[in-house]
Design a protein around this ligand. Structure first.
Ligand code: BEZ
Length: 385
């Protein structure tokens, strides 16, 4: 690092310390999708985040919160410019984002380089908490590997021998399938074909025809948001639901059930959240969310809520001073986060170590029917910190 850069970073840290000592507002940059196939996911994350802040009287670590927002459109080609708007133009203290793995990787690059605190409230890209891991980068959600791995064990135990996978061709889809394949093949199964289409495409017809001709015992899939709605409806319309069981990472049916209707009934998915957990913590959260937004929460709302909780834990330890990065990280590393999903801790690479529920769709909810993987921790491959 050159002297100029060191001087700039030192000056920025000093300005942050002075700002927090003077009780200035904490600038939170929300970089989330407001348009495109993941728009509803972005809204739920923002709602969850703001709900937690409101429950704390609008302050975290003694500082009032000011929001600056960027619509990232789930477009990786615009991601570096978008995150730089928050870091360089708006001078935010912390970035919260995003949903799409490709966008999140660009955000992590900028966060690592600039030292800006980043909490990822969804995107599961392995690289963010793998080779790109950093003391100032945290995730309140999952790694793409986790729900895939959990479902691989379930499908193998069910005795399905030949599986076809289908997903969007980008980091999240690839890593979800890789996690599934790892556990499923270890359990004795064989993935006979890996099908994909570019993100955010929804022209599933030719791929569904191929599945019909391959006649696998089951299909594993990763889709989310608007794409998941269309996939589930198309799978049923193609007549496949009756003959070839469909399994997915839980994003397939989370926040989508109103639109999917009966076509989703009976689907089994794995995720770190489920409806009807009926714990005092989750009931309190669900009531507050429904009262505030006149909507039922989903996994994305929980991840937004927990991103705010994590920020609050770090800021409480540093008395609102985000420049105290080592103290901030130490507080989170030893924290047990009191999430509506159930309590979780962070792994050495700053990913949630958490239970994965096996859920079944019925009556427009994702009901937990058991725990597929207990305390599942991302392997954090390539993370050296
Ligand atoms: C991702 O791109 O990492 C992702 C997007 C939506 C749901 C889950 C993961």
């Amino acid at each position: 690092m050159n002297l100029f850069k060191i001087t700039l970073i030192t000056a920025a840290a000093l300005a942050t310390s002075v700002a927090s000592a003077q009780g200035a507002k904490l600038k939170v940059g929300l970089m989330l999708p407001a348009t495109g196939t993941f728009a509803a996911l972005g809204t739920a994350i923002e709602n969850g985040f703001k709900l937690y802040v409101a429950e704390q009287g609008g302050k975290l670590g003694g500082r009032e919160i000011e929001y600056v927002k960027v619509d990232d459109e789930s477009d990786p080609s615009k991601a570096t410019d978008n995150v730089n708007k928050l870091v360089k133009r708006d001078n935010v203290d912390v970035i919260i984002g995003t949903v799409h793995s490709g966008v999140a990787m660009a955000m992590a690059r900028v966060a690592k380089e600039s030292g800006t605190l980043l909490i990822v409230p969804n995107a599961g890209a392995g690289a963010v908490t793998g080779p790109m891991c950093s003391p100032n980068i945290f995730r309140s959600s999952f790694s793409n590997w986790q729900p895939g791995f959990a479902m691989g064990e379930v499908v193998a135990k069910k005795g399905h021998k030949r599986v076809v996978t289908i997903t969007w061709k980008y980091a999240a889809g690839d890593e979800s399938v890789a996690g599934f394949k790892e556990a499923y093949t270890k359990g004795g199964g064989q993935v006979v074909k890996e099908l994909s289409l570019p993100f955010p495409g929804v022209e599933f017809q030719a791929l569904l025809t191929e599945i019909a001709s391959l006649k696998p015992d089951a299909v594993y899939t990763f889709f989310a948001g608007g794409g998941a709605v269309k996939f589930v409806k198309d799978y049923a319309a193609a007549g496949l639901k009756k003959s070839i069981p469909l399994y997915g990472a839980g994003f397939l049916t989370d926040g989508t059930l109103e639109a999917q209707g009966a076509d989703a009934d009976g689907l089994l998915t794995t995720l770190h959240y489920a409806d009807g957990l009926n714990t005092p913590r989750d009931n309190k959260f669900r009531t507050a969310y429904a009262t505030t937004y006149k909507l039922q929460p989903d996994v994305y709302a929980v991840q937004g809520y927990d991103a705010a909780q994590m920020l609050g834990i770090g800021l409480a330890a540093t008395k609102g001073d985000v420049s105290k990065k080592a103290e901030f990280a130490a507080a989170l590393r030893k924290a047990k986060i009191d999430s509506p999903r159930g309590p979780f801790t962070l792994s050495r690479n700053h990913d949630p170590v958490q239970d994965f529920y096996l859920r079944e769709v019925g009556g427009k909810i994702n009901k937990s029917i058991g725990i597929a993987s207990k305390n599942l921790s991302d392997p954090g491959k390539g993370c050296n910190m």
